[in-house]
Design a protein around this ligand. Structure first.
Ligand SMILES: [Ca+2]
Length: 424
């Protein structure tokens, strides 16, 4: 935001300067300085027009700049200039401190090259928030879609279309604005779609609505990489809708009627049969596709949660927590995740009437199972930063336990260190 304001002010000053120079040159060109504007307009041919044009171009430029600049910066960052921070070698030998020191800024936009201490293998690895030099794994993209994506067919009233309705097939992914880098990653990966503005809930949406991109990029991708559970039914309805729109059936009254029926029975309007599982997710089926760990990472990037208790007076200060929350309709997907994450003995816990939860707050499980999993199948964006902070905190806790007692004693200094890492 600061960069945006600074460059905006700089650009404004620059354009005002150009405007003034034009004004002065015109004055000196008739060798009659300090004349009133009305007199200049009469003396200098085209003076009024020149002033109006300069002012208009300034206004247009300011408007465009305010809209386009953030996109250009973020795209430029996606091209991958290593930041000052990434170029600096890590000086501190303590693994927890090294990890903690590697993220000193609050913005997570495209900082790259974090040294992260592996608690499991006792080695330091180099991980990236997002490396634009290589495409993300398609199954990671599948996982994000399963967590935060949506296929739908919005139908709007229209006065210009003969049937009275405008119908589009839309694919979108909504994420917290802190994860805007992931939406740009999707935009760059699919080479289509638009990212809107941050909404009231602080979310940003990348959406694809043009039929050509949907037909040539989106549906083929999800035919190759199939979503699971009830979302698969929504995808099948979506494909049917796309075919109808491609065949121009949406321009006939019968087509509108059929598409409306399809659209209303999708997503929240769907009545899913109890225990529904698509064939490709049933282990005994010949078409079975096992859940991929990268799919799991994509899903956790969207719907996972890493947290830490940092309330000074809490008896559980320093307790780490990992959870995935999901609607009960996605029970099979959560069940497939448990063994993949290395938590085969765990059961799904109800979280309210319509949600289920995978969770663990056991420090040893998080250190020995969860962290190594996401080290192998990396997360991106805000969840990655949270995971790295948790890694640093757990490293600090482990190194603070006296060897003889095995019991951690929380000193005010240690609490302050943990809070500093977590709130960074
Ligand atoms: Ca979700």
């Amino acid at each position: 935001m600061t960069l945006r304001v600074v460059s905006f002010v700089a650009s404004f000053v620059f354009h005002s300067y150009i405007f003034l120079v034009t004004f002065c040159v015109l004055q000196f060109s008739v060798q009659l300085p300090h004349l009133p504007y009305e007199v200049l307009c009469e003396l200098v041919p085209g003076f009024k027009l020149t002033c109006a044009m300069s002012f208009f171009s300034l206004i247009v430029w300011v408007a465009l700049y305010w809209q386009i600049a953030p996109i250009l910066w973020e795209l430029a960052s996606l091209e991958g200039r290593p930041t000052q921070q990434a170029r600096q070698p890590t000086k501190k030998p303590n693994p927890a401190r090294a990890s903690a020191a590697s993220y000193s800024g609050r913005s997570l936009s495209f900082r790259r090259g974090f040294p992260v201490r592996s608690l499991s293998s006792n080695s330091t690895t180099h991980v990236n928030v997002h490396d634009s030099t290589e495409d993300p794994n398609p199954l990671f993209i599948l996982g994000i879609t399963e967590a935060e994506g949506c296929f739908d067919i919005p139908i709007m009233n229209s006065k210009t279309i003969k049937t009275g309705f405008s119908i589009v097939c839309r694919f979108r992914v909504s994420l917290n604005h802190k994860d805007s880098c992931l939406l740009y990653m999707l935009k760059v990966y699919f080479k289509c779609g638009n990212i809107g503005k941050v909404d009231k809930k602080g979310c940003l949406t990348w959406e694809v609505k043009d039929l050509k991109s949907i037909h040539s990029k989106i549906t083929p991708f999800f035919l190759r990489n199939r979503v699971r559970d009830t979302m698969y039914l929504d995808f099948l309805s979506f494909v049917k809708g796309v075919e109808m729109v491609a065949n121009k059936q949406h321009l006939t009254a019968e087509g509108v009627y059929s598409l409306r029926a399809i659209a209303q029975a999708m997503n929240t309007g769907r009545e899913t049969p109890e225990g529904y599982r698509p064939e490709h997710t049933v282990p005994s089926s010949s078409n079975y596709i096992p859940l991929d760990p990268n799919d799991n990472s994509g899903f956790v990037t969207g719907d996972g949660c890493f947290s830490l208790i940092v309330k000074n007076d809490s008896p559980h200060f320093g307790r780490a927590y990992f959870a995935i929350d999901q609607a009960t309709t996605n029970r099979p997907l959560l069940e497939s995740m448990l063994p993949l994450l290395g938590l085969p003995g765990q059961t799904l816990r109800p979280n309210g009437p319509d949600n289920l939860r995978i969770s663990t707050q056991n420090r040893a499980t998080i250190i020995e199972v969860i962290l190594p999993f996401f080290e192998k199948y990396p997360l991106y964006g805000a969840k990655r930063i949270a995971l790295m902070k948790l890694t640093a905190v757990l490293g600090l806790i482990e190194s603070s336990i006296p060897k003889d007692s095995k019991q951690l004693r929380w000193t005010p200094e240690l609490k302050a260190k943990v809070k500093a890492i977590w709130s960074d």
